[in-house]
Design a binder for this molecule. Structure first.
Ligand SMILES: Cc1cc2nc3c(=O)[nH]c(=O)nc-3n(C[C@H](O)[C@H](O)[C@H](O)COP(=O)(O)OP(=O)(O)OC[C@H]3O[C@@H](n4cnc5c(N)ncnc54)[C@H](O)[C@@H]3O)c2cc1C
Ligand code: SF4
Length: 310
């Protein structure tokens, strides 16, 4: 915090670096590079992990393999990238992951050859190439795997800065702009995430669509979590998605509608269709938006498989 205050006071900008598995590749491609980075790796308080408390510097591999991790969160963690990346990459870095777009995640020479874009315009005031003629918003896609499960578990995120600490539901952390991404203010960091008591009562699944299972970002990801009630009906239900817009989304209305008139497999079909309608992917990742939307329906049904059987 001291270093960050000093830099801010002297007008210098900086990025936090956790595992560096996303920030450093972006720096190598000269995407919005800052003059300084501050590493979080020696702050031991940030590595605390228990059933309810996940420090921002907990490595993805540790989260995936720890006995205290909720099984659906562990499944999402295991689906991230490769073993090497999971051993360096952290929970905080995953939640704060920069948004992605095939017009920006390219080398500097490539981007220069097409005259840049709004997210990294090099002072040219270049337009967005996905939704042109607006020059205010970037619609790059949020493609991190942990957020949808954490949203379904009703996680709270905790932030710290030289100005003090604050906490909020994870659902309020993200901001609908591929450049701003979230509510973090200058010099503010994520310290940890907490999950309310009773998370063991929630079961469910996380399903992901990616180009290669071995290490690709989600082109679509769906988490469905429910609490078992009587007669095989879910007593509570939550659905969240990632990889489809600039923010991960918790689909509250769709889940409530499905619960209010639960009718087994028919309700799962209706829920899956309503999630397909709710998501609005744009053409900036590998797979086309119609295919990703179609697959959201399939992934939702797959994630509900045990719900219909139970
Ligand atoms: C080949 C490849 C495949 C990948 N596949 C996937 C995938 O399938 N799924 C997926 O989710 N991700 C994937 N990733 C992205 C990335 O590796 C992971 O999301 C990882 O968890 C990022 O964590 P990190 O600690 O390395 O973040 P860093 O690179 O250190 O940081 C990422 C961003 O978060 C900010 N940040 C980090 N920690 C904090 C903090 N505590 N407070 C505030 N800001 C912070 C940084 O400033 C930076 O903007 C992949 C990356 C690569 C290179
Ligand atoms: S969505 Fe638009 S502004 Fe954002 S990275 Fe892609 S082309 Fe650039």
């Amino acid at each position: 915090m001291e270093i960050s205050s000093e830099l801010s006071e002297s007008g210098e900008d900086f990025d936090w670096v956790a595992g560096g598995t996303d920030l450093l590749p972006n720096y190598k491609w000269h995407i919005n590079v800052k003059r300084n980075v501050i590493s979080l790796s020696s702050i031991s308080e940030l590595t605390k992990l228990s059933g309810n408390h996940i420090g921002s510097m907990v490595r993805i591999h540790k989260l995936a393999s720890d006995q205290s991790t909720h099984p659906v969160l562990a499944k999402a963690a295991k689906s991230i990238a490769s073993v090497l990346i999971r051993r360096s990459g952290t929970v905080g870095g995953n939640i704060c992951l920069d948004t992605r777009c095939f017009w920006i995640n390219q080398s500097e020479t490539w981007r220069e050859s097409i005259d840049w874009c709004h997210k990294c315009d090099c002072g040219t005031e270049a337009d967005c190439r996905v939704i042109p003629n607006q020059n205010t918003l970037c619609v790059a896609t949020y493609q991190a795997d942990l957020a949808p499960v954490l949203l379904c578990l009703d996680a709270e995120i905790h932030l710290a800065s030289p100005r003090g600490n604050r906490s909020m539901p994870l659902n309020d952390f993200f901001q609908l702009d591929g450049m701003t991404r979230n509510v973090l203010k200058e010099g503010e960091m994520v310290t940890h995430v907490t999950i309310p008591d009773g998370s063991e009562d929630w079961c469910g699944d996380y399903q992901k669509l990616s180009q290669r299972d071995s290490w690709d970002f989600p082109e679509a990801g769906v988490a469905v979590l429910w609490k078992c009630g009587q007669d095989g009906r879910p007593a509570d239900l939550r659905v969240a998605t990632t990889g489809l817009e600039s923010v991960p989304s918790l689909h509250i209305e769709q889940s409530e509608n499905a619960l209010s008139d639960w009718n087994g497999e028919d309700s799962v079909d209706e829920l899956a269709e309503s999630i397909r309608k709710a998501v609005k992917p744009v053409q900036n990742t590998w797979f086309s938006p119609p295919y990703r939307r179609k697959m959201v329906k399939v992934l939702t049904k797959r994630a509900c498989r045990d719900l219909v059987v139970s």
